[in-house]
Design a protein around this ligand. Structure first.
Ligand code: LLP
Length: 389
């Protein structure tokens, strides 16, 4: 039984993203409740998950910082009200204008991913008469047990600096005049449901901190990245991830040194459950061995199924509204894009579906709207908010 709020979408043109603002506010409230007794915990919202201006504004108003991966995201975050000194900036390929933008905005720190990048930041900061605060992104070689395309902490990949190079990198930073070493950064992957991998991360950080201490290196900030997963199968049963358990885990397993600040970069867990992609059924096509529900949204609006093989809980909300839920049929739910990968799901059990029915793809608030494209000369989807419909 769904709890999808029954709304009158009949006058709206599809496809569009529907944001349940109440769900977002409740999620932010839980984050606030779980961190307010821990003044050294700082949550930066990972803007890459959803950069919709209204969503950003709401998150900024709740006092979170921002985790950005481009100059564009830094500008979007600033515009939405995130203060500069709560912005952290990661990315393996920061261009000169992006570094300048970050310095102009007075960001909290650069998460530096290579030594050549460190030298360029030092040079640009010098030209601007500024000192850049830098944290090094260290690859902790911890398996996040998640989808291969969103695992980042294992072995050598384009992200971060190897553990064995950590001390050399910090020493190098200490020799430069326009950067200040302020911390370590980690990110092991996304959609992490097995929280024990964070215990492994904490253990690894504890080991690295011992090395730093023996070298006499003082580290002000530890940033553990993001990655907390959400329940894609049961969005109504679990609309808010277990932040309590998540924050408690770090409190328990991470041995922070005196005065050290702990930073988080949470994206998906903040916004995924508040968003749904709403499409309209164009045709129900009876094939020989299967039936297709062809909707007016495709991977141009929500690329996750095509890109990662992800499944978004799918509902015929028109059938539910008219109480004809009992009769279900099995469909392949597909979009209109001229590519065979434009499939939302196969063997989907939906209430008997007719042309014109609204279909909701749930848990699409993260990496949905923000990854939309105009392929096939399509328009980018618009956003509709529950409090202004
Ligand atoms: N910090 C860093 C350095 C990251 O690379 C990411 C995500 C995050 C934080 C936020 O992670 P989150 O809390 O959202 O898991 N498009 C993919 C997910 C890509 C994640 C990329 N990095 C998807 O739709 O599943």
């Amino acid at each position: 039984m769904t709890h999808f709020p029954i709304q009158d979408f009949s006058k709206l043109s599809t496809p569009f993203y529907y944001y349940d603002i109440d769900c977002l506010l409740k999620t932010l409230q839980v984050i606030e409740d779980e961190t307010k007794g821990r003044p050294n915990f700082h949550v930066h919202y990972a803007v890459k998950a959803n950069a919709n201006p209204r969503i950003l504004q709401i998150i900024a108003q709740h006092g979170l910082g921002a985790d950005c991966v481009s100059g564009g995201e830094i500008l979007a975050a600033s515009e939405a009200g995130f203060v500069g000194n709560k912005i952290v900036y990661a990315g393996v390929g920061k261009s000169d204008w992006e570094i300048r933008t970050a310095l102009e905005k007075g960001i909290h720190s650069f998460n530096v991913e290579s030594l050549p990048e460190l030298d360029v930041i030092n040079q640009i900061a010098g030209e601007m008469g500024k000192c850049a605060h830098v944290a090094f992104r260290i690859n902790p070689n911890v398996d996040a047990h998640t989808h291969a395309k969103i695992t980042t902490g294992l072995n050598e990949n384009k992200f971060g600096i190897a553990m064995e190079d950590m001390v050399t990198a910090i020493r190098h930073a200490q020799e430069l005049g326009n950067v200040k070493y302020t911390g370590l950064h980690f990110h092991i992957g996304s959609q992490i449901l097995d929280l024990s991998v964070y215990v492994s991360l904490c253990n690894r950080i504890n080991e690295l901190q011992n090395i730093l201490e023996s070298e006499g290196i003082v580290t002000d900030n530890i940033n553990v990245g993001g990655g907390l997963g959400i329940d894609y199968d049961n969005p109504d049963g679990n609309p808010i991830p277990d932040f309590k358990q998540y924050f408690e885990l770090f409190e328990k397993h991470l041995q922070l040194r005196n005065g050290q600040q702990l930073h988080f970069e949470l994206g998906r867990s903040v916004v995924a459950q508040c968003g749904s992609l709403i499409a309209r059924t164009l045709y129900v096509k009876e094939g020989h061995s299967k039936k297709f529900v062809i909707v007016d949204a495709g991977f141009t609006e929500l690329i996750r199924p095509a890109m990662y093989g992800s499944h978004h809980y799918t509902e015929n909300i028109s059938a539910q509204a008219s109480n004809s839920e009992s009769k279900t049929e099995i469909y392949d739910v597909v979009g209109p894009i001229c590519e065979s990968s434009d499939v939302f799901s196969t063997g989907e059990s939906l209430s008997k579906t007719h042309r014109g029915d609204f279909i909701a793809f749930r848990s699409a608030g993260a990496y949905g709207e923000v990854m939309a494209s105009t392929y096939n000369c399509r328009k980018l989807p618009v956003a509709v908010y529950s409090d202004s419909i």
